[in-house]
Design a protein around this ligand. Structure first.
Ligand code: AKG
Ligand code: FE2
Length: 328
């Protein structure tokens, strides 16, 4: 039986049973005989620092090897890490070259390439034009950018997230069990650096551009899906204790929604979700402490679903790899 299991799975079981040297020998031998699954497993272990020390340069080398041996998942991850600068300086044009290669063999990559080629981008993948900012409240505390994303871009983000959605959960302090969060009842998916396909990278750079921030200040893009009745109750996005505060939030609506308005009680403002529109607001006062006026909520959806992408932007570059409180 076990021999039918991909080599990565076999190595995983060995390593979990404390037989790490055997697991590594198995993977290294298989990688030397050009097994793509062994190369991909070694890439992931070095990326996560699982069973081996973390080593991003090795991650990149093993991803390249797995891609050259025909592994489509490795190819996708290599493209993402090339563009976002994980393991080597960010290289948009190198990533685009890899995507052009992948698009010849893979329909997902081909669809991504088509979307990226339709964008007006500079050589570093940054946008050359932006929609104009529209102040929704007199002091400019909430700003809207209509049609920041195209319908095709919205659809791609929702599709990319669909496979990773999980219910928002918290740990019940009494039982230690994970339970659904009554405060935020939607399902969510985190599109972190390994899932940052080129369209998503370009969109993250667009969000950075409208907010006047560096792309590296953004946390991973989060996609939320609300079913009828689901909501995000009034809250502040700023964190209670942090050295690197969430200064700005950008929300992008991925579809037209019935109900599900983003509500700002301080301003008596309800923003109706319209596909492709983004809103931006500040979460902190000039001194850096949380601004209570930024309280907001996602009202319950009345019919159909609401798809939303959220980018929380920190005061300084934010390294998703070394934990929420670390600043690069
Ligand atoms: O669903 C909404 O409109 C609000 C979402 C939100 O507040 C957030 O993602 O931080
Ligand atoms: Fe929020």
């Amino acid at each position: 039986m076990t021999n039918q299991m991909p080599i990565g799975g076999r190595a995983e079981i060995l390593a979990q049973n404390g037989r790490v040297p055997e697991a590594l020998a198995l993977l290294h031998d298989a990688a030397a005989s050009k097994d793509p699954d062994a190369c991909f497993s070694l890439a992931l272990w070095h990326l996560a620092g699982r069973f081996v020390p973390r080593d991003l340069a090795r991650t990149r080398a093993y991803l390249r090897a797995a891609r050259e041996l025909g592994d489509a998942d490795a190819a996708a991850m290599e493209i993402a890490l090339t563009a976002n600068g994980t393991g080597a300086p960010a290289d948009w044009s190198g990533a685009l070259r890899l995507l052009r290669g992948a698009a010849l063999r893979n329909s997902t990559a081909a669809a991504e390439l088509k979307l990226v080629e339709a964008m007006d981008l500079a050589d570093d993948g940054k946008p050359t034009r932006l929609p104009k900012a529209e102040q929704l409240v007199p002091d400019g505390a909430v700003i809207r950018f209509q049609n920041l994303l195209t319908a095709g871009e919205c659809e791609l983000i929702a599709q990319a997230a669909a496979g990773w959605l999980e219910p928002a959960v918290v740990v019940d302090p009494r039982t230690g069990q994970q339970v659904r969060h009554p405060h935020r009842t939607s399902d969510g998916a985190v599109l972190g650096p390994t899932r940052e396909t080129l369209p998503i990278r370009a969109i993250n750079q667009r969000i950075a551009a409208i907010s006047g921030t560096a792309t590296e200040q953004g946390e991973a893009l989060i996609v939320l899906r609300y079913a009828p009745g689901q909501e995000f109750r009034p809250h502040l996005d700023a964190l209670p204790n942090t050295h690197n505060q969430r200064v700005i939030t950008v929300l992008v609506y991925l579809n037209d929604t019935n109900g599900g308005e983003t509500r700002f009680p301080t301003y008596g403002l309800d923003v109706k979700p319209r596909m492709g529109d983004a809103i931006l607001f500040r979460n902190t006062l000039p001194g850096g402490s949380p601004d209570p006026r930024a309280i907001h909520a996602g009202a319950p959806v009345t019919q159909g679903v609401k798809w939303l992408a959220t980018r929380w932007i920190r005061a300084r570059p934010f390294d998703v790899w070394s934990g929420p409180e670390s600043a690069a």
